[in-house]
Design a protein around this ligand. Structure first.
Ligand code: KG4
Ligand code: ZN
Length: 355
């Protein structure tokens, strides 16, 4: 593939609760990355409220794009294309980014490049590791996904496994809400887990013999039942938490079960597919214990590991601009009738390749 290291792509991301825009050069170098987070607004409700998310995106979209251009000290006329997340995600949220990208494309004549949100998470690793090139295996773990994908080339993906029910980030968020920690649950559980026992009680690990698929609803329900028991015990002792299992033990044991499940599935998939490079991306890849266990596991089996820089694990637009660069190079374009696709499939992105 012919690449030009100086091409500038504007990336736009609004699939969930972050309004983001970024300018990336040559798919690898971030000139600016602006993220307007709505976490504080949704925290009151214990999770993302779609209608509120859409309204917030409308308020922030244009100032965020403007800021990304100013931070990079670039004008729209210097860009090669506009990349936007068209799915998956919340339809009302996606539509704001898609409409903004279409408007800019129409006004400037710049090509409109549709990017799949997970393709963006995969590309976040290119921003952290200059030497990284496909092919590799990628584990994407976030609030909506647990996906193992074969990255055959920059724009060719094959999904090996996905979750059959909940995503790991969703399980973190749910448990944090149940035990009263707040939102988003992942970082709060990680903090609460510090110094806790990782084997304070038993939680099940779900495995499927015939596939690498994930399932987190069993561990989520088991953890909620365990918490109810602990709550009862604490009430009898007249305390917030009983003396047998503390908050940090509970958080550490729950976190460990999720981490070990992800590590064992990924190890099995690496062994069967023979990839020598693993990438872990998505919001949950910010988890320090996951990073530690995955680093040990890959060292043990001689696989190279790349995980994005912490601030690029969660949703951002630099990853969309990076993915957009490679998509642009591959001939992917959208016309102005591009729509948001809330259930977009990762292996379907090449239907947008023209010519
Ligand atoms: O990738 P992301 O920003 O949005 C989606 O595409 O879903 O991921 C957000 C998810 C949330 O569920 C959040 O709780 C989780 O990632 N998360 C974490 C950590 N930081 C964010 N989970 C575990 N440990 C963390 N440090
Ligand atoms: Zn995401």
């Amino acid at each position: 593939m012919k690449t030009d290291p100086h091409q500038l792509i504007l990336g736009i991301e609004t699939s969930c609760d972050e309004t983001a825009a970024s300018i990336v050069e040559g798919g690898r170098h971030i000139l600016s990355s602006v993220v307007a987070s709505q976490i504080d607004i949704h925290a009151k409700f214990g999770g993302v409220v779609p209608e509120i998310a859409s309204r917030e995106h409308v308020n922030h979209m244009l100032p965020v794009i403007d800021r990304a251009l100013r931070d990079a000290n670039k004008a729209l006329s210097e860009l090669s294309g506009i990349a936007v997340t068209y799915g998956p995600g919340l339809v009302g949220a996606l539509l704001v980014g898609v409409a903004a990208a279409k408007g800019l494309s129409h006004a400037t004549g710049l090509p409109l490049i549709p990017v799949h949100h997970l393709e963006g998470h995969i590309a976040s690793a290119y921003l952290a590791d200059e030497a990284l090139k496909p092919p590799f295996l990628c584990l994407i773990v976030s609030g909506g996904h647990a996906t193992l994908a074969e990255v055959k080339d920059y724009t060719h993906f094959e999904v090996l496994a996905r979750t059959r029910d909940d995503a790991p980030g969703e399980a973190f968020d749910k448990i944090a809400r149940v035990i009263g920690l707040g939102y988003p649950g992942g970082p709060l559980i990680e903090k609460a887990a510090e110094g806790g026992r990782r084997d304070a009680f038993f939680l099940p690990i779900t495995d499927f013999l015939d596939s690498f698929d994930f399932s987190f609803s069993g561990v989520k329900t088991a953890a909620i039942n365990q918490y109810r028991k602990i709550e009862h015990e604490a009430q009898q002792e007249g305390k917030d938490w009983p003396s047998s299992v503390g908050l940090s033990d509970f958080a550490a044991t729950f976190q460990e079960t999720i981490v070990q499940t992800l590590a064992s599935h990924t190890k099995r998939a690496l062994k069967e597919t023979n990839y020598r490079q693993l990438v872990i991306a998505g919001g949950v890849s910010a988890n320090k214990r996951l990073r530690e266990v995955m680093s040990e596991m890959t060292k043990e089996i001689g696989v190279r590991l790349t995980i994005p820089t912490l601030s690029f694990c969660t949703d951002n637009a630099a990853m969309i601009a990076s993915a957009g660069y490679y998509a642009w190079q591959s001939g992917r374009r959208a016309s102005l009738d591009l729509n948001a696709v809330p259930m977009a499939e990762l292996d379907d992105v090449n239907r947008f390749v023209v010519g």
